[in-house]
Design a binder for this molecule. Structure first.
Ligand code: MN
Ligand code: MG
Length: 652
């Protein structure tokens, strides 16, 4: 019989010709193929649906991943399906359940309903399981028809890990029956243990402080693994809701999968949290990791992307060894639900499993109503047509939400009390995106789905600690958005066409003016090119000139804090907080918390006056009704451009 692998194997399976995996085909008496399937970081994505865009998509959905399962099971004699955590939070269906419906004792969370329908063997907790508080979490997992384990979160901590009272069982030993190559059945005891980043104590302090404590992932594993062996575990699978990071262990490290894999007695490491794919090129340079062999410290491992994008597969060839089993060979694979074509279009590789869809149909419909319903009111329209010429409400609301969130995250830390500033840029502001490419939310009701328009990218929140001098340089870098304007000149063009608007950071919490008569201090690569030029003038904090020595916290996103745009002060060395939450989630939470939003800009930045000078500024034609409402800027129509932008004249 021909052995078909990978996608060909799947296609053959879906067409009804299931090709056995080579391990299942080759196994002889006393040998057995055990296939371990992983889903991770599903984040409530059951339907292949983008609730923010309010449209179906082919890139997400556990209903899609689940339909891989039948074929995957068909290829192998013995299999196990495990989830690696981050299942109850991360899309509007999760928010709908938490903010609208709530979870009382006995309620069934749609994510659990879907997982029950699919038939998981076990799961662990991800950091996002804690986002809605412990009662919500415990009521959710109570209805799971599979064990949920986590070894490093304790409601009562003892002197050493095995004596802790853990929030959920630290591990489970699954008694299963293996069919070997000769068709004989044998019992096997498979140990499943789970871990979550200890950083949950910071990320969800308001829910967790005083209720639970955490242990280091590696320390907890070292304590429990010998006990699992004593309990009879023949194979131990670690559900590591932790990324593939440094090879060297450091206490309380967030991404601990590599040192975890190194622990004696752990046989397989299922990873996640990073939202990446392993085996895959993302980890080609990572010490301790072999992307060809699919191993982490020599142990088979996998990371199945996120939102249901992949099914992770670890195939083990097991061999009888006395009266137990040992792994004689292994393979790892992350099998996708879609393919991105060369023209960037998406081809779905599977259809949704109808049973999984129907298990959450009612909540899906309710979520559609939720994302389309009013969550707040805005008195003024939220648009970005003038975000590059005046402080703008669409940018202000992002900064307000970021500041609100980072204030909570800094409470109780060594950074509490440092002033918090916030950097945010207009992402949709014309340019190469074209004349329709602007944020435009009408005055009146604001719906959840509008938040995607306010925050385009799925960035996560970060904060850096920098000096007043660096705040100034950050703003100088931003001010490269503009061409140099000659004082007294008529109709010079304002915007530098090579400068993307997402690099025009406005920093809230300080006040400043931009002097367009100066050349830009920085070029588009973030290099100082005019060392004597200073566009940022009258930079003040709390009404006083900013102290170049004073320390500030600046709330931003992972792109900027990771060095995106090469902004002075924004790089990994200044990062003091890495949030697990997307900026978009933070905006939704902020709106829910405030009940209503009044996103008026605080006009903390303006152009410095240049009497007798006019300049031309292009924006979307739909800006026309709003030109009277831009505070402090004198604007009049000046035609249109060949590309279809509306042109306006600004008098400085
Ligand atoms: Mn996640
Ligand atoms: Mg402002």
């Amino acid at each position: 019989m021909p052995i078909l692998l990978d996608r060909r194997g799947f296609l053959a399976a879906s067409a009804g010709f299931i090709a056995l995996h080579p391990f299942s085909a080759q196994a002889r008496a006393g040998q057995a193929h055990l296939r371990i399937m992983e889903t991770t970081d599903i984040h409530v994505h059951v339907f292949p649906y983008d609730y923010y865009g309010d449209r179906p998509v082919d890139t997400v959905g556990l209903a899609r991943t689940a339909s891989l399962i039948e074929g995957v099971r068909g290829e192998s004699t013995n299999s196990l399906l495990l989830d690696n955590g981050d299942f109850i939070q991360g899309n509007p269906m999760g928010d709908y359940m938490a903010y609208e419906r709530g979870m009382s004792e006995g309620d069934l969370h749609p994510m659990i309903a879907a997982m029950n329908a699919i038939g998981f063997d076990a799961s662990t907790l991800g950091n996002h399981e804690f986002n809605y508080g412990l009662p919500f979490l415990m009521n959710s997992v109570a209805a799971a028809s599979f064990p949920v384990v986590c070894a490093n979160v304790a409601t009562e901590m003892a002197g050493s890990a095995p004596a802790d009272t853990t929030l959920v069982p630290p591990y489970v030993i699954l008694d299963r029956t293996l069919t070997d190559g000769a068709g004989e059945t044998h019992p096997i005891r498979i140990g499943i243990i789970g871990f979550v980043p200890p950083q949950i104590m910071t990320w969800d302090r308001r829910h967790l402080e005083g209720n639970v404590q955490v242990r280091d992932i590696v320390a907890a594993a070292q304590a429990y693994v010998p006990q699992m062996r004593e309990d009879g575990a023949e194979i131990i699978v670690a559900l590591s809701h932790s990324g593939i990071g440094a090879a060297d262990h450091s206490d309380m490290m967030e991404n601990a999968s590599v040192p975890l894999a190194a622990i004696d007695g752990i046989d397989v490491v299922l990873t996640g949290h990073h939202h990446r794919v392993f085996p895959g090129p993302d980890y080609a340079e990572t010490p301790g990791v072999d992307v060809e062999a699919g191993t982490i410290m020599g142990k088979p491992g996998v990371m199945a992307g996120f939102w249901g994008s992949h099914m992770g597969l670890v195939d083990l060839m097991l061999e009888r060894d006395g009266n137990t089993w040992r792994i004689s060979s292994h393979m790892s694979e992350a099998r996708p639900i879609y393919r991105r074509e060369e023209d960037r279009s998406i081809t779905a590789l599977v259809e949704s499993d109808p049973e999984v869809l129907s298990s959450v149909e009612a909540e899906h419909e309710a979520t559609l109503a939720y994302v389309r319903a009013e969550v707040g009111q805005t008195d003024a329209p939220l648009h970005s047509y003038f975000a590059l010429v005046a402080d703008d409400p669409s940018v202000q609301i992002v900064s307000n939400a970021q500041t609100w969130y980072i204030e909570q995250m800094m409470a109780g830390t060594q950074f509490e009390g440092l002033p918090i500033l916030s950097a945010a840029a207009p992402f949709k502001a014309g340019g190469r995106g074209g004349p329709e490419y602007y944020t435009d939310v009408a005055a009146g009701p604001v719906a959840i789905k509008n938040v995607a328009d306010l925050y385009l990218y799925p960035n996560t929140v970060r904060a850096v600690r920098i000096t007043g001098a660096e705040v100034r340089e950050w703003l100088e870098r931003s001010a490269g958005m503009f061409n140099r304007i000659t004082p007294g000149a008529t109709d010079e063009v304002l915007l530098n066409p090579d400068f993307p608007s997402y690099n025009f950071d406005v920093i809230d919490g300080v006040q400043y003016q931009i002097d367009l008569s100066q050349p830009s201090r920085y070029n588009n690569d973030g290099e100082v090119v005019n060392a004597d030029a200073h566009r940022i003038i009258n930079l003040t904090f709390q009404g006083e000139p900013i102290d170049p020595q004073q320390e500030f916290i600046v709330a931003t996103n992972n792109y900027r804090a990771g060095g995106g745009g090469h902004f002075p002060g924004a790089n990994p060395s200044t990062v003091i907080f890495e949030g697990p939450d997307t900026n978009r989630d933070v905006i939704v939470r902020y709106i829910v918390d405030q009940g209503t939003i009044s996103p008026s800009a605080d006009a903390n930045w303006t152009f410095a006056p240049m009497p007798g000078t006019t300049l031309l500024f292009d924006t979307g034609p739909a800006a026309e009704p709003y030109i009277g409402a831009v505070d402090g800027v004198n604007i009049e129509p000046a035609g249109e451009t060949p590309e279809g932008f509306a042109r306006y004249r600004i008098a400085l």
